[in-house]
Design a protein around this ligand. Structure first.
Ligand SMILES: [Zn+2]
Length: 214
């Protein structure tokens, strides 16, 4: 697959220490993507990044709901919400972009989940499905038409971002070896990883590995 230097952009979704093995919401093997992302960064002329950026009392934290444990689901005004360990707390070192990421080509950083009452998995829209992050406007005004997504976690923030991007009219490619997933069990033999992959394929998202980029 050839990279178009004018219409293509690399998107780094939540490449933050908080989601890596020593972080608060650890994604298994999450730090393995850092060298792959840096290699990709040398191939794309432009990149954007997102950061999960929560107040310390964010509604998605199990600690804010007495009697609830991380990974349980509750119902919020905008629908079901998985509860997480406290993570991505605005201004803390673990919420920064990973210090080993080469940021020279990152032209814009979108921070999401800033509103205490609303979680935000997607790079484009918060979980109430109404509040935009502003990324669509930036990409559109700059003329980008195809997004290559990498980051954490495949089955939440990368997956939701890919789905919204397709809905907004972008071509979307997920670079699988530059992503890792959480993989919550949802039913016997399946995980949210399988669900995410099937759902995205059905919507026209392409999956490739980084060695397939020309
Ligand atoms: Zn979060």
């Amino acid at each position: 697959m050839r990279i178009d230097p004018t219409g293509d952009i690399l998107g780094l979704v939540d490449v933050q220490p908080t989601f890596m093995p020593d972080g608060e919401l650890a994604v298994a093997d999450g730090d393995a993507i850092v060298p792959v992302v840096n290699c990709l960064m040398g191939r794309f002329p432009r990149a954007f990044a997102t950061q999960d950026w929560h107040p310390a009392d964010h509604v998605s934290f199990a600690s804010q709901h007495p009697g609830k444990a991380p990974y349980e689901t509750i119902t919020l005004p905008y629908g079901p919400q998985v509860l997480w360990p406290d993570h991505g707390i605005a201004g803390t070192p673990n919420a920064a972009l990973h210090p080993d990421i080469d940021q020279r080509r990152v032209e814009v950083v979108i921070r999401k989940g800033c509103d205490r009452q609303i979680d935000s998995y997607s790079a484009f829209q918060e979980n109430d499905r109404r509040t935009p992050t502003g990324l669509d406007g930036w990409l559109r005004q700059r003329g980008f038409t195809r997004l290559f997504l990498c980051g954490l976690a495949t089955d939440f923030c990368v997956g939701w971002s890919a789905e919204d991007a397709v809905r907004l009219g972008y071509a979307v490619v997920v670079i699988e070896d530059a992503c890792r997933g959480i993989g919550l069990p949802v039913r016997a033999g399946w995980t949210t990883m399988d669900d995410t992959r099937q759902r995205l394929l059905a919507r026209g998202v392409a999956f490739i590995t980084s060695d397939k980029l020309g």
